[in-house]
Design a protein around this ligand. Sequence first.
Ligand code: ADP
Length: 452
Amino acid sequence: MTLRPRSIRVRLAIWYAAALAAIVVAFALGIYLFVRSSLLREVDAQLERDLATVSRVLREEPFEINELAQHGSVEFFQVSQGNEVVAETPGWSREVLEKALAGLPHGPGRSWRSHSGQAFRIRSVVLPGAGQSRVVAVAESEQTLRTSLESIGMILLFGIPIAVVLAVAGGYFLAGRVLNPIEEITALAGAITAERLSERLPVDNPGDEFGRLAQMLNGTFARLEDSFERLRRFSADASHELRTPLTALRSVGEVGLQRELDAAGCREVIASMLEETDRLTKLVDCLLTLSRGDAGGLTVTRVRVDLAEMAADAVDMIGVLAEEKGQVIELEAGAGVCAMVNPEMLRQALINLLDNAVKYSPPGRIDLRVYRTERGEAALEVQDQGPGIAREHQELIFDRFYRADPGRSREQGGAGLGLAITRQAVELNGGRIQLESEAGQGCRFTILFPLV
Ligand code: ADP
């Protein structure tokens, strides 16, 4: 089991305190060692001075050495020759400091604790002489050094836990302050439900991390709101569109029932009802096509398609309709203009465009061109001589159920889904569609795919 506090605030406070404790401990240890070595150096320097004094007296005034031992400035020293003590201070004999020399080599200063419990720093040297060489040993009390180190140690020992406790409290408080905006964002975001998607989080400072988080969430809410709104509109529009043929179907049926009809009359009623059913079926087919495309899971099998052949096919299919309306579809197709697309989907898209051109244009000519663009794309272009589409409608014309001229379009049997299906089919195949039009001067729809 791992102990992992659930709250980020607690985790931050712990991390902060742990990091601070590690730094303080390392710093304290550094200070302690530095002070200790400085104090030791000072004591050692004093030992050197004492040693120099004793050596100088020994060298220059050897008979004064006892006088130095009894009344001199050096508190602890001893001079010995072989096993015989030549001179020693009262302090030296009182503390029995020669024990510190026993068995130890002469040389640099070393610490030693006397029988009375006092700590000393001792240094001894061998002075070569004419006869037997003499040993000079000096000592300095380490009491001051130890007292200072103990005081520092105590300060650090009590100071560090207090600092750590303060760090935990401070860290907890700071983490709370830092994380406060998150609490607010969580509470506000939690209150935004599907019905209140128009609400947004306040962004106090767009440049900082919380500001960016709030902006990102606001962006997500905006997209969600947009999707919800479109879904709502789509359902409302779809029900409305389905209602019209259903109402017609019902009233044709009712009128038929109310009248005494002969066989020909019955056939007429049935034919009207079938016409409405046909309309319904087409509408439902369109809705199904769109929702399949929306689902995202649709796998589009794409093959290399010669666009000239596809255009000729489409002209064959729409040609009869055009003829009925006194229109001619002129096909101008360059050779070898190919794209990787799903043929059924692209055929449907092209037929929708041609169908619209036939539906909305007066008798005359409709141009269908297949070519490669200067930017190296494969293009399919449908141009008519119809009423065109005003600028304000051009952005919306590919939206579902959008009609530039609702009365006229409905009259022609359109539900406003053809261009939505066309755009979806083109985009699912990796292409794009564009419209150039001026009101009163016809439309030019161009489908573009990467050339292969
Ligand atoms: P519909 O089934 O109503 O034709 P579309 O999605 O195919 O639906 O077209 C949307 C609207 O765009 C149509 O209602 C019509 O007003 C306008 N439109 C489409 N194509 C043309 C065109 N070639 N000329 C004029 N208007 C057009």
